[in-house]
Design a protein around this ligand. Structure first.
Ligand code: GDP
Ligand code: GDP
Length: 440
């Protein structure tokens, strides 16, 4: 099930990043360091009143400009708007209501998404600045007064957003349809694969009308199952665009990954791995993955070509050794049918539930074969392991001292789990708890 998305939109300098950081607060999870993944976040997980959602910061819309950067930013904001469940339209009491605000409002209204209007920089409590009332002229209802710096009003703001979220049961409905994101650099063959699939399978609906959010999704079904392919063709090359806006260029990929059950990480066989960023994003997001090597028809092969390429990929994407590799040709259709079986397979692996009894047998066995590490005479003691979640499988391990549970031993335990249960194609999460930790 995909989480609701809340996008913060507004002119530059109204305080969007500051609000984003305030709302994300301490909740921004610290994840394993993956090479090539941008740390400069514009995308984060939030929770309010028990509802989890994704918060997106957009670069800022300046309607009256044709500067290259601002035009680019506007395009990125448009992507966020298309994908959003609710839009926070942020304005600024210091500048008051401007003509540009009115234009941004018109653009937002065209999206037909629910809009929550907020006026930022209302730092002092007490009677509001009279300029506040001007914002009623936008015709978007009561403006929520906030101060991103102090955090005033953010509770009201989130209440207003959550009120627009679909019921959780409603959101659950589409669950027998697998969402598949095809991600990778431009020109690796993402659209060719989509076209190949849509061309040969029984297409039920393409470009579902009426649901703007899914306007770029292609739905179809065949004898293996029901699928939605999420288009990421809009991903940009890291070209001449300035560094400062580089972070916005991965927005569409991130959004596609977030909504997907399975990610196809596509590589051009004639080039090999030239970019580890998008694969890293999928890994970090905990998604089931398949590495798809496309344009296999163009490669001159001898008996060792496939093994050699497999080795190279394992080296370059070393944090993803769990992902199966499939060599295809979108042009000729070679092994494309096999892709569906693999998609179903890795998804079922990601949904695996393992009983506590079985897990603890593995744990015991693992410790007999390789003793847990010691430090200054103190030995790591592992008491117990249990699974707390799926997609990806999430395990909690209880021990005497977290510091002793070195990364290499975690890796070892992970490998022992994988040796027994497979879990092919899916990352897994190990959370280490020690005595005295609070129960969540
Ligand atoms: P963005 O371009 O919309 O992301 O805006 P920023 O978050 O970068 O903020 C622009 C400027 O407004 C910065 O100088 C912030 O310090 C300031 N600012 C943001 N929020 C507030 C606020 O709640 N009160 C005040 N007084 N200043 C703020
Ligand atoms: P995208 O930017 O990732 O969506 O890539 P496209 O689907 O537009 O493909 C880029 C180019 O590669 C096009 O000229 C395609 O015809 C070509 N292409 C894609 N897949 C294959 C393939 O399997 N074999 C060959 N020979 N060419 C391919």
């Amino acid at each position: 099930m995909s989480k609701p998305i809340v996008a913060i939109v507004g002119r530059p300098n109204v305080g969007k990043s500051m609000l984003f950081n305030k709302l994300i607060g301490q909740r921004l999870s610290i994840v394993e360091d993956t090479p090539g993944v941008t740390r400069d976040r514009i995308y984060g997980e939030c929770e309010w009143c028990g509802r989890k959602f994704t918060l997106v910061d957009t670069g800022g819309i300046e309607p009256r400009t044709d500067s290259q950067i601002l035009t680019f930013m506007r395009e990125q904001a448009q992507i966020a708007i298309e994908n959003a469940t609710v839009i926070i339209f942020l304005t600024d009491i210091k500048t008051g209501l401007t003509a540009s605000d009115q234009e941004v409002a018109n653009m937002l209204l065209r999206s037909r998404k629910p809009i929550v209007l907020a006026v930022n920089k209302m730092d002092s409590v007490g009677a509001p600045n009279p300029d506040y009332y001007e914002f009623y002229n936008l015709g978007l209802g009561d403006p929520v007064a906030v101060s991103a710096v102090h955090g005033h009003g953010t509770g009201d703001l989130l209440d207003a957003c959550v009120a627009y979220f679909p019921d959780e049961e409603e959101a659950e409905e589409e669950s027998d349809v697998l969402k598949v994101a095809i991600i990778g650099k431009p020109n690796v063959g993402k659209s060719s694969l989509t076209n190949r699939i849509l061309g040969q399978e029984r297409v039920i609906v393409s470009n579902v009308a009426g649901t703007t959010r899914d306007a770029i999704d292609s739905y179809f079904e065949n004898e293996t199952g029901k699928y939605v392919f999420i288009d990421t063709a809009g991903m940009r090359k890291k070209s001449r665009i300035e560094e400062s806006i580089e972070k916005y260029s991965v927005l569409r990929a991130t959004m596609a990954i977030d909504r997907a059950d399975v990610c196809l990480i596509m590589i051009d066989a004639t080039e090999g791995v030239t970019d580890t960023k998008v694969a890293g994003l999928a890994h970090e997001a905990g998604k089931a993955c398949i590495i798809v090597v496309n344009k296999w028809d163009l490669v001159e092969k001898d008996g060792k070509t496939m093994d050699k390429m497999r080795e190279d990929i394992r080296r370059d994407l070393s944090y993803m050794t769990y992902a199966p590799i499939l060599f295809i040709s979108a042009a000729t259709g070679q092994r494309v049918p096999r892709l569906f079986e693999l998609i179903n397979y890795v998804h079922s692996q990601a949904c695996t539930r393992i009983t506590t009894g079985m897990l603890n047998n593995v744990l015991e066995d693992a410790q007999t074969r390789v003793q847990p590490p010691t430090d200054k005479g103190k030995r790591l003691k592992i008491y117990y392991m249990t699974q707390v979640g799926v997609c990806p499988p999430h395990f909690v391990i209880f021990c005497n001292d977290r510091q002793l549970f070195h990364f290499s031993y975690q890796r070892y335990i992970e490998n022992c789990i994988r040796n027994v249960f497979g879990l092919e194609g899916t990352p897994i999460i190990l959370s280490i708890r020690q005595k005295g930790d609070k129960e969540e």
